[in-house]
Design a protein around this ligand. Sequence first.
Ligand SMILES: Cc1ncc(COP(=O)(O)O)c(C=O)c1O
Length: 313
Amino acid sequence: MSSKNHPYASTATNLPDTICYLNGEFCPLREAKISVLDRGFIFGDGVYEVVPLYQGQPFRFEQHMARLDRSLLELRIPNPYSKSEWLNLVQQLASHFAQTTNQKVEHTQQIIYIQISRGVAPRDHAMPADCVPTVFMMANPFKPVSPEIRATGVKCVSAHDFRWEKAHIKSTSLLGAVFARQISADVGATETIMFRGDYLSEASSSNVWIVKNGTVFAPPKDHLILEGIRYGLIDEMCKAQSIPFVLRKITKEEVFSADEVLLSSASKEVLPVSHIDDRLVGLHTTHAGKPGPIYKKLHLAYQSFVDASCNSH
Ligand SMILES: Cc1ncc(COP(=O)(O)O)c(C=O)c1O
C-alpha cells in the first residue's frame, strides 16, 4: 500500500489550515514534514513550551524562555535562538495565525506551541555530538475555560504517579502524561491528580494547589513535578492579596481534607476542583463541592495580572 493510500492519510486533510514554523521557514501546517529519523519522533528526545498570548501578546514570556533554557540544558541541546529571536518568531507566528483567522493580532488569544528536538541522526540511544536541533512552532486558538465550568468547578480523579523521576524537564517524552490523563478521560473527568506514595505531585498537565484555613499550599519545586509558569505567578498573586503561600510536601490526607483544591496551567489559568474520585472538595465548608473564596480571589488577580501585562506592551 502506498503511503498516499494509507487509511490514515486522509487525516492530514483534517489538520488546521494554519501556518507553522519549521526549521527556519513558515509553511502551512498541513505541509510541514520532518525526517522519520528525527530523535523527537524516535525517542521523544526533545523539549517543548506552551506560551499563552493575550491580545496577541505573550504572557510571562521571560519565564517561559527561562524554563526552556533549563529543559534544554538538562538534555544538553544548545538553544538554537536568543530570547529576542524567539520573541520575533512568536510574534510572526501570531500574526500569521491572526491573518488566517481574519482577525487583528491584538484581538486574538492564542496558545503558541514550541518544540525543539535533538535533530536527525542514525538510531542510537547515546546522544550524538553534532546534531542540528529541529525547531517546530504552531499557533492554536486559546479557548478560555467557560464561565459555566468556572462556576461549578471540575471533577478530577486520583492515581499513583507512575511517571519517571525527571518530571521537572518539560520533555516531549509524554507517554506517562498520556496514560495519566486517560485515567480521567475514561470517566469523563478533567484531570488526574497524582501521588507518589503518600505525597501529592501534580496532575497530568497541570499543577495542583490546596487551600487550608486561608493558606495556599503546593508541593516543592523539585524533580518530581514540572514547575509550571503559574508557580511564580501564584506566589506573586498571593503576595499581592496577602494570602499566605507555602511550598512543602502535601499528604493525600491533606488533599482530601482541603478546603479548596485548584489546578493551574497556561490554558486552565487557575481552575477550581469540585470533586476528587466522587468525593466533594471542601466537604466541611460552606462551599462544599463549589469554587471557594481563595479561588475567586486568585481568578480575579489572574485577570488583573494579564491586563497589566497587556497594558505594559
Ligand atoms: C506535567 C505538568 N505540570 C504542570 C503544568 C503547568 O505548567 P504551566 O503553568 O507552565 O502551563 C503542565 C503544563 O502543561 C504540565 O504538563
